[in-house]
Write a protein that binds this ligand. Structure first.
Ligand code: GTP
Ligand code: MG
Length: 636
């Protein structure tokens, strides 16, 4: 097995012509400029890449252009870098894109870096010291305070070894990336390689990707297969988080794939056009107005967004606020991702921030709880975040959705959900797939169900209860069927309700009949019991009762439901005992005379007319007590 190398991505930053690309060549032997136009003009236009293995570390360098017109390319490259190499020419010192790139790194949450004072051969020692002091002053209070500042010359090699040493020192401080996450690769390039097809590249910001894997291309939702993987220019079986990665994909043409798209573990993440964020405005920016349009950069994606402020109508320079960004094109992001915003025109970097909820709901005036909710997402633990999400959705939240919003693994969601359910802070209304519901919403559903059953029984005192389906329908569309089932189950388990088959009723609520109803019930039963098989017409029986027709009908229904009486067809109802006797007679007949019986014999046996005999025989056929064969029946 190959020796394990720590992967570290280094991004350059700095003003045009300050020697970024040259320095990378001096460190790695590879000049990162690869376009014809770059070579002709002597400037970097798009991202360039180079690699260096040194003392157990594999450095992947992402070289960015310094030209102000290409900051958007710089932004695509700055995603996923572990440390920045801020390049400042000794003969020029801090210039506008030094500042802009530095601010971008800060806003993107870059935590580490080294500072290279390049072209140190062009100035004397005093001038070098002056630049160094200027830089020290500039980075004070930032993530680069205390970072190594090294004078280097690509021309004579001065300081190169020290710079490598400083890079290694920072690399040693970096934690190994957690590869046990869902795979996500924001694409920065897509091209075709003869004989291989489509290749996409990017910094693998989470998870791992291996030959043979299925991946999903977002926002197109296209499932593709990985034919090959390279890291640092070498073919490998698997690339892991934190590595510069090239993926050979089958199933897609390279022109369909562009910078800004993302490949992800299938089904785990979603593309979105509406995100809720913490937005920070640079002190140098103009006040940001409600509904302002900005250029939005996240991962390698770039689009235009409209800013909707939730608190106040304007964001002051140097301030920050929770806000929504309504994007023109779909992007892929999860909670905690960083982004940059640039002024619509003229285009300059004005701020950035952190994604809090990538699958945000449309901003509504009446939604007063949103700012508080977002602040919970911002600072909350996993459980607190989960709890906050669940409490804001009356429908409940699926495990899948939580993963898409946070990037958490399904097992992590499950573990946190179980912990919260244990503490009775939320309800798991479905285990597979997991669906979580706030306790308050769950109680509301239980209360509604109980009230519905109660009301139904009050309105229909003679019915044994409400049908499950009618009970479910009474909750309307704002309740998932899983929530209905879970709430009903709990009401049944706690014995507040009872169910018999499809019928649900209040526990302990037997149907109580009035005295005259009880009398009517006895009369109906007696009439059919006395009649045997020669039953009277139903209407005739009901007409003789002292109660009105509707009530008499309901009592008849009770007797039928309790199976005291049995309906054989639309007109004929028999007493259960009469039918049991009939079955007995048939068994006797079979023993004595054989299994076959014709209609005349049946009439003779039972003493009834054809009017009753035929429906009864058909009923017996349906009950599989007899089977019709020609004109006869076989007794089964
Ligand atoms: N004398 C001297 N010249 C240098 C040194 N480093 C770079 N240069 C020269 O400075 C010029 C610009 O260098 P690049 O490396 O292209 O600068 P860059 O920062 O990559 O420029 P952009 O990518 O366009 O922003 C080139 O002509 C280099 O030869 C150095 O250490 N000493
Ligand atoms: Mg360059």
């Amino acid at each position: 097995m190959a020796e394990h190398l720590k992967s570290v991505i280094v991004g350059t930053a700095g003003h045009i012509d300050h020697g970024k690309s040259t320095l990378i060549e001096a460190l790695t032997g590879t000049h990162p400029d690869r376009l014809e136009e770059e070579k002709r003009r002597g400037i970097t236009i798009d991202l360039g890449f180079a690699f260096l293995e040194e003392k157990g570390v594999r450095f992947g360098f992402v070289d960015v252009p310094g030209h102000e017109r290409f900051v958007k390319n710089m932004l695509a490259g700055a995603t996923g870098i572990d440390l920045v190499m801020l390049v400042i020419a000794a003969d020029e010192g801090i210039r506008p894109q030094t500042r802009e790139h530095f601010e971008i790194c800060r806003l993107l949450g870059v935590k580490h870096g080294v500072i290279a004072i390049t072209k140190s051969d062009t100035v004397d020692g005093d001038a070098r010291e002056l630049v160094k002091m200027e830089v020290e002053e500039y980075v004070k209070g930032s993530f680069l305070e205390g970072a190594a500042i090294l004078a280097v010359s690509a021309k004579n090699g001065d300081g190169r070894a020290e710079l490598k040493g400083a890079l290694l020192e920072v690399a040693a401080q970096l934690r190994e990336k957690d590869t046990a996450r869902y795979m996500r690769l924001p694409i920065d390039r897509s091209f075709a390689v003869k004989g291989f097809g489509t290749v996409v590249t990017g910094t693998l910001i989470s998870g791992s990707v291996a030959v043979g894997d299925e991946v999903e291309l977002l926002p197109m939702k296209k499932i593709l297969r990985v034919r090959g993987v390279q890291t640092s220019g070498k073919a490998v079986e698997r690339a892991e988080a934190g590595q510069r990665t090239a993926v050979n994909l089958s199933g897609v043409d390279h022109v369909e794939v562009q910078r800004g798209m993302t490949i992800v573990a299938p089904g785990r993440l979603r593309a979105t056009k509406r995100i809720d964020v913490r937005l920070e405005l640079l002190a140098t920016a103009a006040p940001l107005k409600q509904r302002a349009h900005v250029h939005f950069h996240c991962g390698t994606a770039e689009t235009v967004g409209e800013v909707i402020l939730f608190e106040g109508k304007e964001l002051a320079p140097g301030g920050s606020a929770v806000a929504q960004l309504k994007l023109q094109e779909e992007i892929v992001a999860v909670r905690g991702d960083r982004f940059i915003v640039r002024q619509f025109s003229p285009v300059i970097t004005i701020g950035g921030g952190e994604v809090l909820d990538p699958l945000a709901r449309r901003a509504a005036k009446k939604d007063t709880g949103r700012a508080a909710f977002l602040r919970k997402l911002e600072i909350g633990t996993r459980e607190e975040t989960l709890q906050a999400m669940v409490e804001r959705n009356i429908l409940g939240v699926s495990g899948e959705e939580i993963t898409a919003r946070t990037g958490w693994m399904a097992e992590e969601v499950r573990a946190s959900a179980e912990q919260l359910a244990e503490a009775k802070s939320l309800r798991i209304i479905s285990v597979e797939p997991p669906i979580l519901l706030g306790v308050g919403f769950f109680r509301d559903i239980e209360r509604k169900l109980f009230e519905r059953v109660e009301r139904f029984q009050k309105d229909n005192p003679l019915l044994p209860g409400i049908a499950r389906e009618d009970l479910r329908a009474s909750l309307g569309k704002r309740t998932r069927v899983q929530a209905f089932r879970a709430a009903l189950q709990e009401l049944l388990e706690t014995k507040k309700l009872t169910a018999q088959g499809e019928t649900v009723k209040k526990a302990g609520s037997e149907i109580t009949l009035s005295a005259e109803e009880t009398r009517a019930r006895e009369q109906i039963e007696a009439a059919f019991a006395k009649a045997g098989l020669a039953v009277p017409p139903v209407n005739e029986v009901l007409a003789q009762l002292a109660i009105e027709k509707a009530r008499a009908e309901r009592i008849l229904q009770i007797l039928l439901r309790e199976k005291v009486l049995v309906r054989v067809n639309a007109e004929l109802i028999f007493h259960r005992v009469a039918l049991e006797k009939l079955a007995g007679m048939l068994r006797e007949y079979k023993k004595a005379k054989g299994e076959r019986i014709g209609v005349p014999s049946f009439k003779e046996l039972t003493g009834i007319t054809r009017k009753y005999a035929i429906p009864l025989l058909e009923y017996l056929d349906r009950q599989r007590l007899t089977r019709r064969v020609g004109d006869e029946r076989v007794i089964l």
